[in-house]
Design a protein. Sequence first.
Length: 87
Amino acid sequence: MLLRYFRVDRRDIGYFRFTLEAYEGLATLSTLDAQNGIVVLSIPECFAEDVAALLTALAHEMSLTEISFSDDLALPLPLKQETHNDS
């Protein structure tokens, strides 16, 4: 099982969750910090490429910032630049 952490606009957490649920078994979203929009995706390894493609598509509809979770600090740290649609 792969874990990928993201920061999203907290208003988009429900949309993100329901979109993933529409693809039964593709990935599970858990909210770690609703106030700050921190979520984690649990992804079966066999669906890693499919989830990556879905995340690319969703980045055109909502703000997604993948983050790395630091156990030492217990704080999520930015992993890469925020991706969002400017149109």
